[in-house]
Structures are given as C-alpha cells and as structure tokens.
Design a protein around this ligand. Structure first.
Ligand SMILES: [Zn+2]
Length: 63
C-alpha cells in the first residue's frame, strides 16, 4: 500500500483508493513516513480512508 501526500493541500491519499489525480504530490511507503514528513496539518482523504477501512473490515471478517 502506497500513501500519496498532496503537498499543495496536505491531503493524504492512498494509491488506488480514489480517483484523485496527482499533480503536486510525494509518495510514501507507509502512513507513518507520510505523517513524519508532513507533520503539521495532514488531512486524510475521506474517500481513501473510508475505502481502506471497508477493505480492512472485509479482510478481518473473512478470517
Ligand atoms: Zn483520496
């Protein structure tokens, strides 16, 4: 899972989880790295994190 930080809006996206087009961005291998880099005002992209949670829920249900 790759995290994509839009450096213009400080919004953190997850690659492949929304249809956001990346223009001014930086890619990270983990959420922690992205947060360490952006620190100040990082906002989570609602679409991306909602989709991730959905997927995590499904994964834990199918165990
Ligand atoms: Zn997103």
């Amino acid at each position: 899972m790759k995290y994509v930080l839009n450096t213009q809006t400080n919004t953190l996206h997850i690659e492949g989880y929304c249809h956001y087009l990346y223009f001014n961005y930086k890619k990270f291998d983990s959420e922690d790295e992205a947060r360490a880099y952006g620190r100040l005002n990082i906002k989570n992209c609602k679409t991306c994190f909602k989709n991730r949670d959905k997927e995590l829920n499904n994964a834990s249900k199918s165990k």
